[in-house]
Design a protein around this ligand. Structure first.
Ligand SMILES: Nc1ncnc2c1ncn2[C@@H]1O[C@H](COP(=O)(O)OP(=O)(O)O)[C@@H](O)[C@H]1O
Ligand SMILES: [Mg+2]
Length: 323
């Protein structure tokens, strides 16, 4: 068992918002409402939840940028509030898009500029910058100005910047937001490589697929509360229906299929009618029984039938409720 390198205990964060331009009426928003979890050395750990769930607030507290209202946090044995100077050299973070780059400088010069800020000796820079450009697949573009880069290239350069100080833990807030599918996949490959080389990764996302693909463990959060925390595999298994049948049916009606399924104690099927074809999604504990029920209706035509496992989204919806 790997050792714990992040420990979050009963953490709360409240924001004070002033309402009214001259009345200065105070209002409080509880963004994080007493969350506890830990992250182990070598994990890819995901905070997953809808907009406003409290993910960014949590990441900011972990990376010394925001002070918790209550509770305690320990990262690599340091308290981010009182020991931020000691902690900062060991971590790095990429929050919010493209802001941290100088568009008129080349990729190489951007990294050199930030390396100087991190006080990395020039001799080390000469080795590390080309290595990082290689890792994020930007070797060819090293001397191009960043303003000519695609969104995916900029995001990869951000990752290289985040790795300049060789951090033990890299924090990423919504790393793939706005990326096209190919760039998002490339980004996941890079993060996986990096993790295999020993970097612990903590990321937030609201993309189920990304979390499922990438994370060793996931914390579901919603309205500032922790709903569940486990491996993607276990989260999916917690859904009580173990399989999902998907098929297309013709020569029948929505009412008839609904009645048939209700007779088999299935009440949460989804049926959409499209040009006399019913597209059906049926969660079932014993899928074979349901399949034989369908095939036993003599006039019913069954097409494209497949039986799959519940997705992470099925698990999320069943635990969090309607998103
Ligand atoms: N600086 C702030 N001032 C006031 N309220 C904020 C501030 N930042 C976030 N919030 C509120 O806190 C809640 C959680 O926000 P956030 O952590 O950004 O969620 P997420 O990253 O999951 O979308 C939201 O209701 C948001 O409106
Ligand atoms: Mg956010």
């Amino acid at each position: 068992m790997s050792k714990t390198i992040i420990q979050v205990d009963q953490v709360k964060r409240t924001y004070e918002v002033k309402k009214g331009s001259w009345k200065k009426e105070k209002k409080f928003v509880e963004a994080v409402k007493g969350i506890s979890f830990d992250v182990k050395d070598g994990e890819i750990f995901g905070l997953l939840g809808p907009n406003g769930a409290g993910k960014t607030t949590m990441i900011k507290m972990l990376t010394t940028m925001l002070i918790p209202t209550d509770g305690t946090i320990e990262v690599l044995g340091f308290n981010p509030v009182h020991q931020h100077k000691e902690l900062r050299p060991h971590i790095n973070f990429i929050l919010g898009g493209e802001r941290n780059l100088y568009w008129r400088l080349s990729a190489y010069d951007n990294l050199a500029y930030f390396a100087d800020l991190y006080k990395i000796p020039r001799s080390t820079q000469k080795e590390r910058i080309p290595q990082l450009l290689k890792l994020v697949e930007l070797e060819e573009a090293a001397d191009r100005r960043v303003e000519t880069f695609s969104k995916g290239m900029k995001q990869r350069l951000q990752i290289a910047r985040g790795l300049l100080n060789n951090p033990k833990i890299l924090f990423l807030d919504e790393p793939s937001i706005g990326l096209d599918p190919v760039s998002a996949r490339k980004l996941r490959d890079i993060l996986r490589d990096l993790n295999q080389q020993g970097t612990t990764i903590v990321l937030t996302t609201h993309y189920m697929y990304e979390a499922d693909e990438l994370c060793d463990r996931i914390a579901f959060i919603n309205h500032g509360e922790l709903i569940a925390i486990d491996t993607p595999q276990n989260l999916k298994q917690r859904t009580n229906h173990l399989s999902v049948i998907e098929c297309k049916l013709s020569n029948s009606t929505k009412q008839e299929i609904t009645r048939l399924l209700e007779g088999a104690n299935i009440f949460d099927s989804e049926i959409h009618e499209e040009q006399n074809v019913l597209k059906v999604r049926i969660p079932a504990e014993e899928p074979q029984k349901v399949v034989s029920l369908l095939y036993n209706l003599p006039y019913l035509e069954v097409q494209d039938l497949s039986i799959t496992k519940p997705s992470l989204e099925d698990a999320y919806v069943s635990m969090v409720g309607g998103v």
